[in-house]
Design a protein around this ligand. Sequence first.
Ligand code: NI
Length: 164
Amino acid sequence: MAILPIRRAGDPVLREKARRVRTIDSSIHKLIEDMWETMYDAPGVGLAAPQIGVSLRVVVIEVPDHERVALINPEIVKRSGERHVDEGCLSVPGFRGEIIRSVKVLAKGIDPKTGKEIRIRAENDLMAEALEHEIDHVNGILYIDYLPTPDALMPLRDAPEVGS
Ligand code: NI
């Protein structure tokens, strides 16, 4: 396992549409271990493989009130509603911004432990936000893309950083 450097906005790997994982082999298990370790070290509540420079569709999330989850080839199945959230990202350190996310999110992906598809439902919480945020990452999207203007990006002052 290894703690890897987190790529920052401006790095082209964060703007690629990441490739689908075809086989869950030992390299994928190692990638996920490195992602957990890097996420905990940051610390953050989620991480997508492109953030450590690997352009594959793999995400990990750990937030309160939900079991931690790693998803391979994750997708949003359904989403509804709108709410304002104050969001941050480990790839945009030191900043936050208010954007609109969904209220209800249903996502699916392959569980690396079983190789089977799992579905995750979340509503009006950090899991709902993180699912959209991390799945955006594997599509080359950053939350700052949703800001109405570049100066809507706010510096983090005393508030603890919650990034993913
Ligand atoms: Ni992020």
